[in-house]
Every structure is written in structure tokens, then in C-alpha cells.
Design a protein around this ligand. Sequence first.
Ligand code: SAJ
Length: 417
Amino acid sequence: MSFETVSVIGLGYIGLPTAAIIASRGINVIGVDVVQSAVDTINAGKIHIVEPDLDIVVRSVVTTGNLRATTTPEPADVFMVAVPTPFIASNDGEHKPDLSYIESAVKRIAPVLEKGNLVVLESTSPVGTTEKMSAWLAEARPDLSFPQDKGSAADIKVAHCPERVLPGYVLQELVSNDRVIGGMSKACSDRAVELYKTFVRGECIVTNARTAEMAKLTENSFRDVNIAFANELSVICDKLKINVWELVKLANRHPRVNILNPGPGVGGHCIAVDPWFIVDSCPEEAKIIKQARLTNDAKPHYVIDQITKAADEFKRPVIACLGLAFKADIDDLRESPALHIVEELVKRNVGEIIAVEPNIGALPAKLAESEIELSSLENALDKANVIVILVDHKEFKSADKTQFATKVVIDTRGIIG
Ligand code: SAJ
């Protein structure tokens, strides 16, 4: 049984590229999003997010008629749910997963669900969410059977297949990465593998839904814990007057050591979020995972203190902040520690701030209101007495380092060496 129509619910950073790639394989794809302007943009063959080459693929599949966007779900063979799963932080330091987007997506697809359909959850989710999603569907459609009751014989197949693509490389990684496929029954997994085989060149590895959920959380927690180790080392090295970058290079000469890079903190929408889902499920047990989150979240404050101390040495501090994005060579400012640091410096009135971000044309609203300047690298290096390197963009790595020699430099990314 092949797939005539696939519906992708949520046309964001994961849903839109997935919809476009599947459509490019000649399958009819109906993209569903609650934001009318996103739907209109896509139907005009354009995109509302930034991802290299995605505009070309979307334009092509919209022109051939293989991809169409709408705000109302329609019947399909498959529903792929790719909606956000943020957390809600409370004042007492708890971080609770917010599954409301999944719940509302489920409520919207339930009325159009038909016997034989496959529902795949792609959103990164706490363990047990796929089962919850299936229970919500069953509640809305008592006329259909679901795998929690009927196993492989159920009318509807349900699986979790977490997305694992790296922003900036989404189109390549969607095709080349291996996929973990966690069906709620064997029949669910088999059908999901069939779906992913239509566009994935990597291996499709089958497990159950709970393990698939945990696999994704584990991948990002692994990275978070290892970055926290590097960030902790950087603070220790400052105290012991050791260059952490040299230290990491030396230690990494050992064949079984591979330390990640310290930085100004961990940004993005995944690594700083997903570990909290494990902590929320097992607060007593997830000790290292929780501490890593706290260590990485503390790093921007450490950098702000360093900058404040450096600025105090000058009567008229002029601080050049190099980079606002959450990582190198992208324009994504969301959940960016660099942006957070600059906003905080402005708020605290630490000195005159000059921001350099070669990947954007204008400052984000909050900074634009203040009097700070978005400047060229040359102008910033010329005017500043304190230089703070917040992102390792290629423009900064290739800059003439003699320009830094006469300034106080705080290098959170180790590009000076
Ligand atoms: N960072 C460091 N030091 C490092 C590596 C990263 O400070 O050595 C910082 C970056 O500057 C950035 C943050 O960590 O602020 C996250 O960047 P990243 O490149 O590690 O990851 P993301 O958030 O862009 O994408 C991650 C990826 N997960 C893994 O590599 C395990 C991606 O494959 C996932 O699909 C994505 O999360 C997701 O959607 O979960």
C-alpha cells in the first residue's frame, strides 16, 4: 500500500522542509498551519522561515501542485505532527513540558481521521506523549480502534519518529540521517518505515514509541551535558589562569577524549529545552542532566560579569559585541545567549554598545528601541575599547587579529586562540 496523500501538521522549521521533501518525491502533500499568513506565503511558492535552499524546493513543489497549504485539516493517508513542544518555566525553577500544541493538533485532525490512517508524532516530546496522543485520538473517535487497545489489528496506526536535523543543514540531513521509528505496535512501525523510506536514504531503525521519545531527548541531553562540562572547564580555567582553548585541544589529543567547545551559553530551540523533559519525568534521578542545564544557563551571567568588570576600567567604555545569533553562520536570533547578553548590557547601562551581526539587516525590535548601533566589523573594532566575541561567525574568524591587539578582548568562542 503506497501513500497518495500525506498531511503535515505544523509548517515550521521541521514541518515545512519535511512537507517539501515528501512532495518532491511525487506524493500529494497537504500542509496545515494555524497561521494564515504562513499558509498564504507557502501557497505563493515562498517561505516564511530561513533555511538554505528551502525556498527553491518549496517553489518547485507548489508549482507542480504537489504541496498545498491550508488552515483546515483534510483527509489523508498519513498525518505527521510537527508542532512546537516548549516548556513552561515556573518561578520555583520547575520546567513543565507544554503539550498543548500537540493536543490541539490532535483535536483538529481527529474529525478527518479514517480507518487505515497512520499518525506520526515528529515533535520532540517527553516519554509517554505518543501514547497520550493516541489516547486523545481515541477519545475523540470512539468509532475507530487504536493500537493501545487493538495492537497491530487497530484501525489507526500511531508512531513516534523524532526529527533530528541540524538547522542550516535541514534539507541534507532530512534525507541522509538515520531515523529512529517507534511504533505503538509492529504494524505501526512497519507502516511508518514505509513512509520514511519514501524520502530517507539513512537507515530506519525500529523500536517502541517510549524508547524513540527517550532517544531524541538523550541525544540533545548528551550534547548539553558535554557543553556544560566545557563551560565549567572554562570558568575553572579563568580562575587558574589557563587558556581553556589550548587545554581542550591538548586533552582532545587523547584518542578517547572529545571535549566540546565552551561558549557564552547554550541557545537554540532544542538543546536548552529537551533535557528539562527528562528532569520533569525523573526529578530525583536526573541529577547530572539538571545540573548541566543550570551550568549552561549560568554561563551568560558569568560573561555579563566579565564584560561589566572590563568596562569598569574605562571612563567611557565602548563595547563591541561580535555576534547576536545563537550559533555560527546563521541568522537565527531566537533563544540566543549572545542576544540575551547584549540586551542585558543595554539594560544595565554598562557603556556604549556596538553590535555586529553580519547575518541580519536590522536589529531585533527590543534592541532597536535602545540607542545601540548595528555596525560593520571595521567600525566596531575601530571605535571600541572592549571587544566581546559572542559568536564564531566566519567573518570574525577570518578578521585580521592585529586589530584586536590594543583592546580588552573577551573571547567566549576561542577564535583568538
Ligand atoms: N554549542 C556550544 N558548544 C559546542 C556546541 C554547541 O556552546 O561545542 C552551543 C551553540 O553555540 C548553540 C547551542 O549549543 O548555542 C546548540 O547548538 P547545536 O549546533 O549543538 O545544536 P542545535 O540546537 O542547532 O540542533 C540540535 C542538534 N542536536 C544534536 O546535535 C544532538 C540537531 O541534530 C537536533 O535536530 C536539534 O538540536 C533538535 O531539533 O533537537
